[in-house]
Design a protein. Structure first.
Length: 342
């Protein structure tokens, strides 16, 4: 064997040893992270299959796991009857997520290009990617229609908080049956106070869908005010209904909206309270949650809504009755963006 060949063999052996050492270190670190997470009182998390299918076996919650460790930011699931129980993590990471009727929308970081960005990924019931769409900004809201036929998402194009006024959003709606993408609700005809309306400062966010897979509600901001709008996807119109409504969420029976409302004299950085709106009568009812909630609530059933508040690892989920009674209670620690399935 020549000297040059001996040197090449030795170099290859050194590289192999280094690779083995790095793998062993990462493996040990991963196990240590999982062990430390359990010792710190966090939830037990294991890798496994996560499904969005409306199968039997009881209701379940699929959500973004915020617990620190190797499965942080992955979609995970727990039985709805045991929300603080052991979690099954999917390996699929999302910043924002929602699902219904076997279809999911996952807003995630995209590191495949020269510059980091974001994308909206349509997921099937097995969390496999069906399609992907580049996003123009930072993910903030996501929704799937009750029948699983439509998906909507909102991103911050400029700014990163709803608390102030210096921000710009873009809201898109995708028909999962046909693949048609309405890239921006700003292209829809706006009927404000019964008249066509146009303005350069229009922003939309927080879509929620009705069961007819055509009607939706959302927030429209213009002229320093926010408005609840009802949208018609077939007619490509939105109509203003009332002021000071943000991030509406429609009840399963389609009769009520829970939304966040700006309340005078609250701090500028925490200005909201949760309210319920009866669509027939127009009556508003404050919910029992007195903290400022910057989230679009999710209905667990006809009586209860769930939302996020800041927690030790980013966010915790809380539940409160939607009729103004009772008191808020923590549902899950270290969790965000839940979908109640089954």
């Amino acid at each position: 064997m020549t000297l040059q060949r001996r040197i090449l063999v030795l170099a290859a052996f050194v590289v192999l040893l280094a690779a083995v050492a790095v793998y062993s270190f990462l493996r040990a670190s991963s196990r240590a992270d999982e062990k430390n997470q359990t010792q710190a009182g966090g939830p037990q998390i294991t890798r496994g299959a996560v499904s969005l299918a409306p199968a039997g076996g009881g209701r379940r919650i699929v959500f973004r796991n915020m617990a620190w460790g190797p499965h942080r930011d992955e979609l995970a699931t727990v039985p709805a009857a045991a929300p603080e129980g052991a979690r099954t993590a999917s390996g699929v990471s999302c910043l924002r997520f929602h699902a219904a009727a076997g279809a999911g929308i996952c807003l995630q970081a995209d590191k495949s290009g020269i510059q980091d960005g974001y994308r909206a990924v349509v997921l099937d019931a097995g969390l496999k990617e069906v399609s992907a769409h580049a996003l123009a900004g930072i993910p903030t809201r996501a929704r799937v229609s009750p029948g699983g036929h439509l998906a909507a998402w909102t991103v911050f194009v400029g700014g990163d908080s709803y608390a102030g006024t210096n921000f710009s959003t873009r809201t898109s709606v995708l028909d999962l049956r046909t693949g048609r993408l309405d890239a921006s609700l700003e292209d829809f005809t706006i009927l404000k106070d019964g008249k066509p309306y146009r303005s350069a400062d229009v922003n939309f966010w927080g879509v929620t869908f009705a069961a007819d897979e055509r009607t939706f509600y959302a927030t429209l901001a213009t002229g320093g005010r926010t408005h609840l709008v009802r949208g018609d996807l077939a007619g490509r119109t939105v109509t203003t209904l009332r002021e000071n409504v943000e991030c509406p969420s429609l009840s399963p029976d389609g009769t009520r909206l829970v939304f966040k409302k700006r309340v005078p004299d609250l701090p500028a950085e925490a200005p909201w309270r949760l309210y319920a709106l009866d669509l027939a009568s127009g009556a508003e009812t404050p919910l029992a949650e007195e903290r400022s909630v910057d989230d679009q609530v999710v209905w667990t059933d006809a009586r209860t809504v769930v939302y996020s508040l800041p927690g030790d690892f980013g966010a915790d989920l809380y539940a409160v009755p939607a009729d103004g009674s009772g008191a808020p209670a923590r549902l899950m620690a270290s969790a965000l963006a839940p979908a109640f399935l089954g």
